[in-house]
Design a protein around this ligand. Sequence first.
Ligand code: UGA
Length: 437
Amino acid sequence: MRLTVIGTGYLGATHAACMAELGHEVLGVDVDPDKVAALQAGRVPFHEPALLAKHTASGRLRFTTSYEEAAAFGEVHFICVGTPQRKDSEGADLRYVDSAFASMARYAGPDALLVGKSTVPVGTAGRLADTHAAEIAWNPEFLREGFAVEDTLRPDRLVLGVGSERAEALLRAVYAPVIAAGTPVVTADFPTAELVKTAANAFLATKISFINAMAEVCEATGADVSVLAEAIGHDDRIGKKFLRSGVGFGGGCLPKDIRAFAHRADELGVSLAFLREVDAINMRRRDRVVELARELCGGAVLGARITVLGAAFKPDSDDIRDSPALNVAARLRLDGADVTVHDPEAMDNARKAFPLLGYAVSAEEALGGADLVLHLTEWPQFREISPDTARSLVSRPRIVDGRGVLDAAEWVAAGWEFRALGRPAPGEADRMGRLKR
Ligand code: UGA
């Protein structure tokens, strides 16, 4: 089939390359000529650059800035533009979605199917369908950064929000190889399809904040949240995934999506107040790291040399949007600490957004002379740091494990003062949970 993909950010570029991989001819459209030139030259915003290069080289995938060209190219148009948080409220900013639909609808022929993939407030697809003559469908995406290609080609499910048999048949034809591989297909009306995405992200965020709220209780009682998470995770109904407690979630999706969802629910007269608490618990974890840093530095961080391991909001990504690691780093810098950050992938982005922080090209360099180390993004590289080697580099061996993955016993054996979120400091609580404070 001949498909177009409008908006070539992380979602759109991935979708375009994956649709070419499925055997379609694909034209990617973006209003930004620099983005189009970069993609055409094979520079991609995701991890599998070979996939894009393979299909641009074969000619199966091209990019343009012209909506007119896109409308003439094919029948099915995927709209993959961003829906950032509005500056004046928690709601989603729909200007890119509205403008992409309006531009395509202007040029599209009578048979065109405009398929929204962006994460939108429930009711958007219906509103667009009422506004434009072209047929509309909603097909939300569930990509995780770092696994975007895998999640597109082998998704857990396909959700087809359609208003006609023709739209469903077209989308089933687009995804024929994915469906043939056994992927479950859920066909839904527009509002349900839109809600599947926001509900999924709200559930994931809630799961993380649930275990982080348990971490707060553990901190107050001398219990250990990592043991608690393991134990409740053995129950299949709860499951172990997304129960890693730590400094919390960030990124371009979960934080803004739960805010937009709560905001939309308010508009609809439904209370999703618990999502505001999910957000608040998440932000309190960042406060807790700052508090621990102060405590370990004797009450104030002014003048302390603090090493922050991690800048990306999660490993396998160079994305620093709403990154807990950088949020903590910037706050400590404001409190007068001399902060040095290292991240395997996100250094350029971090430097641009936080020019006043110090940056080191390696973890070893970052550790040199540190009074305190904060481990805030769980890159595997950081787990491999030897506590003995690190001990020989720092000024004072004090570390906060903000991701709960370092081996406390090993670090303590190497002479470190070790603190983790939601876990008693080694030696702090006895086996009866009595805090030695
Ligand atoms: C998230 C969802 O997982 C995707 O399904 C969704 O498609 C995507 O948002 C989106 O809306 O586009 P992503 O933002 O890439 O994907 O990241 P996640 O892997 O979900 O991680 C989000 C944050 O939660 C990270 O900061 C991570 O460190 C944190 N996290 C994750 C925890 O703190 N604990 C966990 O147990 C899991």
